[in-house]
Ligand binder design. Structure first.
Ligand SMILES: Cc1cc2nc3c(=O)[nH]c(=O)nc-3n(C[C@H](O)[C@H](O)[C@H](O)COP(=O)(O)OP(=O)(O)OC[C@H]3O[C@@H](n4cnc5c(N)ncnc54)[C@H](O)[C@@H]3O)c2cc1C
Length: 409
């Protein structure tokens, strides 16, 4: 039987997985990668530790306009398959609750594990080759071309990523290739990123981190609730809880909805209890000024910022402050409303919401428009929450595309 020639366009997580699987199945595989090396984004994941999957898997953690194909794919190559795959390649795994990391807690371990296997399989990596054209010549015949090279293949797997973190190589060029091949691309938004607020004083609290609970409101309706660390920055809010909400915020803003984040800075204390607590403290430390009074409360920079918002002067003695003002401060701590005016750009985003539409794809991730053309990874219209879900999608879809591309007709 003739050996299939396969081009994998994009050497990220999905591309490396697809290439390994296709080559194990007997295909001759080339990876075309625009960067000087493969897997640049993998190195940036999980703050350099690479949260490569999550044992708590369900479709609740994924978004997209049609998740029926992603659901099948995530079952076909699931979390336990991913664990087995990496363990078989010699990588030890560390589980932190349900989150999975390499035991070394170094993202480079995941990349090295994949790179060594790629080398063993004799997969050719063509680096610094930005693919500018994929031409369908006939059924299962494609010409893949960069500025310097071109080559004909039986199958092409496009794994160029989306638009997020373009410094790592995924700047939307792959989406352009898909579009030129006739594929429909859904609306694209940055996801898993920070939100910008309408407040010029935010610089004063930049760097503050606190454990909070947060509601996201679209046109005054609560649409999402998260708990976790809130990180305040000079532009607005960040941290995992905010990242999880950013997709909805981005879509809300695009649809001209009012987007707000309501922060509870003291989630473990009821409002009434907080009011009484602050009132009691106020009487106990009546001769202190507000500045020293606030020292024993929430983060001081933040407490002072909130006090300024309700026109309290830090030098005022506590005995000169009316109880009503203290109640207002308690109210603000329980319900700090932030108007979101924008979402960070793709430069700061971890993933792309939207991508190649599943309507023109089969369950195998093969194009319905061109036999022999496959897609995998973030280029597709599916994105996950923080917690290893995006890389799991890259592994699962890479596996399915690689497996099916290496089957002869
Ligand atoms: C800072 C950061 C942290 C993250 N942390 C996590 C995490 O801990 N856990 C998690 O699950 N997910 C995480 N993600 C998301 C996850 O990394 C991505 O969803 C996943 O890597 C996508 O893999 P991919 O192979 O589809 O695309 P990419 O990794 O983007 O790979 C695409 C590759 O294609 C190449 N390419 C693009 N266009 C062309 C072209 N025309 N020709 C040739 N080559 C091309 C690019 O250079 C790149 O190497 C994080 C993302 C970022 C940015």
């Amino acid at each position: 039987m003739k050996q299939l020639n396969i081009a994998v366009v994009g050497g990220g997580a999905a591309g490396l997985m697809a290439a390994i699987v296709a080559s194990e199945n007997g295909a001759k595989v080339d990876i075309w990668e625009r960067n000087e090396r493969v897997g640049k984004k993998i190195l940036a994941t999980g703050n350099g530790k690479c949260n490569f999957s999550n044992r708590q898997m369900s479709m609740e953690h994924y978004y997209g306009s049609d998740l029926s194909i992603p659901q099948k794919i995530l079952k076909e190559f699931d979390v336990s398959d991913t664990e087995r795959f990496f363990q078989n390649l010699g990588m030890m795994i560390r589980a932190k609750d349900s989150l999975l990391y390499p035991y070394s807690e170094q993202a480079s371990t995941v990349l090295d594990t994949l790179r060594f296997k790629v080398a063993e399989q004799d997969i050719q990596i063509l680096t610094e080759e930005l693919v500018t054209e994929i031409k369908a010549l006939s059924e299962c015949k494609f010409m893949v071309a960069s500025k310097r090279k071109s080559k004909v293949y039986d199958r092409v797997i496009v794994t160029c990523g989306g638009l997020a973190a373009p410094k790592t190589g995924s700047d939307g060029k792959g989406l352009d290739l898909a579009k030129k091949l006739g594929h429909k691309i859904t609306a694209l938004y940055p996801a898993l990123t920070g939100l910008k607020v309408k407040d010029n004083d935010f610089k004063a609290i930049s760097g503050v981190r606190c454990q909070v609970s947060i509601d996201m409101l679209l046109d005054d309706k609560v649409v999402m609730h998260e708990k976790g660390e809130l990180q305040l920055t000079d532009y607005g809010v960040s941290g995992i809880a905010i990242f999880q909400m950013s997709r909805i915020a981005g879509m809300g803003l695009a649809q001209k909805q009012k987007v707000q984040v309501v922060v509870d800075l003291c989630p473990d204390i009821e409002l009434q209890e907080l009011r009484l607590l602050l009132q009691r403290k106020k009487h106990q430390f009546a001769d202190r000024n507000l500045d020293s009074f606030l020292a024993g409360f929430i983060n001081k920079k933040l407490a002072l910022y909130l006090s300024r918002k309700i026109s309290l002067n830090p030098n005022t003695l506590m005995k000169e402050i009316k109880d009503d003002k203290i109640y207002t401060l308690a109210n603000l701590c329980k319900k700090w409303i932030l108007d979101i005016v924008d979402i960070n750009s793709f430069e700061q985003a971890q993933v792309t919401a939207g991508g190649v539409h599943f309507a023109q794809l089969e369950d195998t991730l093969q194009s319905k428009l061109h036999r022999g053309l496959f897609f995998a990874g973030e280029i597709l219209d599916v994105d996950g929450k923080c917690g290893g879900y995006n890389l799991q999608w890259a592994w699962s879809s890479g596996f399915v595309a690689g497996t099916n591309a290496s089957k002869s007709n």
